[in-house]
Write a protein that binds this ligand. Structure first.
Ligand code: ATP
Length: 500
């Protein structure tokens, strides 16, 4: 409104001066430039009169819509009690919690937890991302922090709420260790302003404000943010375990027409390492596959295909030559065969259909979530990683560039063996041990496993040929099929031995 009045006064003044015979063109130019500069600075947030942060209506997000994360949910709910029972806490002389920091990998539900916290405490929910604060202009970040807190107060007043939850995603962008940025003055000022605002949050104010931050790089945060009285609670929001994955799948399957034979617990078992966001995407992709087929129901095969899509990407329209296809078939057969030898029924399936960057792939079914690895387990994984290239070498006399990622994986596993003190070097000090020593030990581990894998594949060369033939014809072998193939060859061998 103020802007309209000023514009009206200026226009009348120009009209009056023009009528009185003054040259108004320079005045118009000056006013025009001034207006342009004003809007530019306002847009960049240099002027303090715009509100920063987005108020989100989060009415429908409750803790019960967040799958898994039970320890995190419980801890947050306990921490939020101070907002719900302020008087009781005050009477005990307990100071309020000012900040809750959620740490963990992307897509695990940190934003959802913040939204649910606002619902739980009947607060307005204001959200902003760390990267939105920083501009090239000095002082903008600090101004935006101030504006964010003002905006929370304004929104709460407007909606007649007694509390506000401010959520800053990627908080490490503004909360990084002071002095660590090249343009550190701007970053330091922004963080200082955040600390000032946090220190100003008092329980006896009319409005309760809770700051929630999310990061997957807690190691980058300045110590001042993490001390008691600032972010009082640091809560880990990890990748879900199998029970958590099942709950998340159930949440995202609830509004989708699943066929009766869909077994979500089997899908949960197959998706070790998936985040909540990936599981949501899996359900969504499965529904898209079903719709493409004009199927009214989502069937198990749609979900299986969706797992591959989320893991590896969309099917690629690559057309390898006949020779390349043959090499890929032996390569993937090598991986699958060794995997099955190392652990029976560990192969979900193997295919030579290209997907994402992979020309073919073998998917394993983990028996259960594994959090601790023995030396034997890691060595077996090296065998499986190397088996593709070794199968190529046995059949074609040479390896190919298709094994690059397998080799990287094998080296990573070998390093893990060394760093965990499980190699011939014994327990080592990672920081001081000569690199050459590590490199020699990696080579040694890989060489030993190479020899072992080659031997195992050569012993079963007829199975390898059989698998490659099927793959070249049908592009796909299921885990069950592979199990049957191995059994058939084994029985044949026993019969042959008996004849001798
Ligand atoms: P980032 O660190 O990348 O910001 P985040 O941890 O904040 O990710 P969210 O934005 O909360 O993750 O989750 C993204 C989406 O993934 C959600 O909208 C939801 O659909 C799904 N999702 C993630 N975790 C869960 C969960 N625990 N339960 C149900 N859905 C989930």
């Amino acid at each position: 409104m103020k802007k309209e009045i000023i514009a009206g006064i200026l226009l009348s003044l120009i009209a009056f001066l023009g009528y009185s015979g003054y040259d108004v063109i320079p005045i118009i130019i000056i006013i025009g430039m001034g207006t342009f500069l004003y809007f530019l600075l306002e847009k960049k947030g240099v002027l303090g009169n715009h509100s920063f942060g987005v108020a989100v209506n989060n009415n429908d997000v409750g803790f019960d819509e967040i799958g898994g994360q039970n320890p995190a949910k419980q801890e947050i709910q306990e921490a939020l009690e101070f907002m719900r029972q302020l008087d009781k806490f005050k009477s005990m002389g307990i100071r309020p919690i000012k900040g809750i920091l959620l740490t963990g990998p992307p897509g695990t539900g940190k934003t959802l937890l913040a939204k649910a916290s606002a619902t739980y405490t009947d607060s307005v929910f204001i959200t902003a991302s760390g990267s939105e604060f920083i501009e090239m202009y000095a002082g903008v970040g600090a101004q935006r922090v101030r504006s964010l807190f003002q905006s929370a107060k304004k929104q709460a007043k407007k909606l007649k709420k007694k509390s506000a939850v401010i959520f800053i995603d990627e908080i490490e962008v503004i909360g990084g260790k002071r002095g660590s940025h090249s343009s550190h003055l701007e970053y330091d000022q922004t963080l200082n302003q955040l600390l000032v605002e946090m220190d100003g949050m008092k329980s006896d104010q009319e409005l309760q404000i809770l700051l929630m931050g999310a990061t997957n790089r807690i190691d980058l945060l300045d110590d001042a943010l993490l001390r008691p009285g600032r972010f009082d609670r640091i809560i880990n929001v990890d990748l879900p375990d199998v029970a958590g994955r099942l709950q998340i799948l159930k949440i995202h399957a609830a509004n989708k027409p699943m066929a009766e034979d869909v077994d979500l617990s089997a899908i949960a078992k197959e998706t070790f390492g998936f985040s909540g966001a990936q599981l949501e995407s899996l359900c969504n992709e499965a529904a898209i596959y079903a719709m493409r087929e004009q199927s009214a129901l989502i069937k198990p095969r749609h979900l299986k295909e969706a797992i591959d899509k989320v893991m590896m990407g969309e099917k690629a329209e690559k057309a390898p030559t006949k020779e390349e296809k043959k090499r890929i078939a032996y390569h993937e057969s090598g991986h699958a065969l060794i995997s099955e030898i190392m652990a029976e029924k560990s192969v979900a399936y193997v295919t030579i259909t290209s997907r994402g960057k992979a020309l073919g792939y073998m998917r394993q079914t983990p028996a259960s979530d594994i959090y601790l690895y023995t030396k034997e387990y890691l060595e077996k994984q090296i065998n499986i990683a190397l088996a593709g290239a070794i199968a190529e070498e046995i059949i074609f006399g040479s390896k190919s560039s298709g094994s690059l990622n397998d080799f990287k994986q094998a080296v990573k596993l070998a390093r893990q063996i060394i760093e965990c003190g499980l190699s011939g070097l014994g327990i080592i000090d990672n920081d001081s041990i000569p690199k050459q020593l590590i490199s020699d030990e990696v080579k040694k581990i890989i060489k030993t496993q190479e020899g072992f894998t080659e031997n195992e594949l050569k012993k079963r060369i007829s199975v390898l040929h059989h698998m490659a033939e099927i793959l070249l014809e049908h592009e796909y072998i299921s885990g069950e099929q592979l199990h049957q193939i191995l059994k058939k060859h084994h029985d044949k061998e026993i019969r042959a031995t008996a004849h001798i």
